[in-house]
Design a protein around this ligand. Structure first.
Ligand code: ARG
Length: 270
């Protein structure tokens, strides 16, 4: 373990939860009968954004649109790697209008946007680590999208089979600590995919089901600081042991929609 982990300044895109709500159920966390406290959601989200800025990261915003309650989950909209943008095609028809809004933001910011040919949910299922892309499938993003992503970026794209509906996106079961290491919850994956992760990341931080159910794997690391759900207590302890600096940020209102810290954060990688 290095004596001190180094952070790298990041550029993030986020979307204010002005119209956040749970109006339909497209994953097991969502229930049409649940009440969302919008003021609490806004204050949790503002704390997240303020924390990124205090840590020296650049945060940009895309304008939210009424009638799109999940648009706050910016991570699902695209994957950006080496300055190239791979635009999503959402599984749920309720979310498909988000595609054009995010694509327009990236075009206005000077990027070309390639739109996926099959279902693909951006950084929800596509997680760059070092020179590879880890790619989840099973609930949303298709194996055809993995092939398209590999062809588009020219980066080795490693397919991983998700098996537990509570962890329907890869970013609910795994996150990147730095260019060499990850944290994950093994039982969210098929036996073969678990073996792949074990071979690629023998030093990985292994999380418990309690950590995962507390959205502990939906974390964002800058290489040193890890913004993490406060109830993922065992994971927080392990991060300290491994030399990282946990920064607890409570996003409990967003858990009602099946999202957390990472879901609200799109990284723009130059
Ligand atoms: N309600 C949203 C959905 O099911 C939540 C998305 C969470 N985003 C994520 N990156 N896991 O699509």
């Amino acid at each position: 373990m290095p004596a001190s982990r180094l952070s790298r300044a990041r550029r993030y895109l986020v979307c204010e939860p002005r119209y956040f709500d749970v109006q339909y159920a497209i994953n097991p966390w969502m229930s049409e009968n649940v009440e969302v406290d919008l003021d609490l959601a806004l204050s949790q989200w503002n704390t997240l954004v303020g924390t990124y800025r205090e840590l020296g990261h650049t945060v940009e915003t895309v304008e939210p649109e009424a009638g799109l309650p999940d648009m706050v989950f910016a991570a699902n909209s695209v994957l950006v790697a080496e300055g190239k943008v791979f635009g999503s095609r959402f599984h749920a028809p309720q979310r498909r209008p988000e595609e054009a809004l995010y694509a327009a933001w990236f075009k206005a910011a000077g990027f070309d946007v390639h739109q996926s040919e099959t279902v693909c949910e951006g950084e929800g299922d596509l997680v760059p680590v070092g020179s590879h892309i880890l790619a989840g499938t099973g609930f949303r993003t298709t194996p055809d999208a993995h092939r398209e992503v590999q062809e588009f970026f020219g980066m080795p794209t490693v397919g991983l089979q998700l098996v537990d509906p509570y962890f329907y996106h890869l970013d609910t079961a795994l996150f990147v600590l730095d260019d060499e290491n990850i944290a994950y919850y093994p039982d969210a994956f098929s036996p073969g995919s678990r073996e792949v992760l074990q071979r690629l990341f023998p030093q990985a931080v292994i999380a418990t089901r309690e950590d995962a159910m507390a959205f502990g794997l939906n974390s964002v690391s800058d290489g040193r600081h890890v913004l993490v759900a406060p109830r993922a207590e065992a994971l927080i302890g392990q991060l300290v042991t491994h030399g990282y600096v946990p920064v607890p940020v409570d996003m409990s209102e967003f858990h009602k929609a099946g999202g957390g810290i990472k879901c609200c954060t799109q990284e723009i990688r130059a």
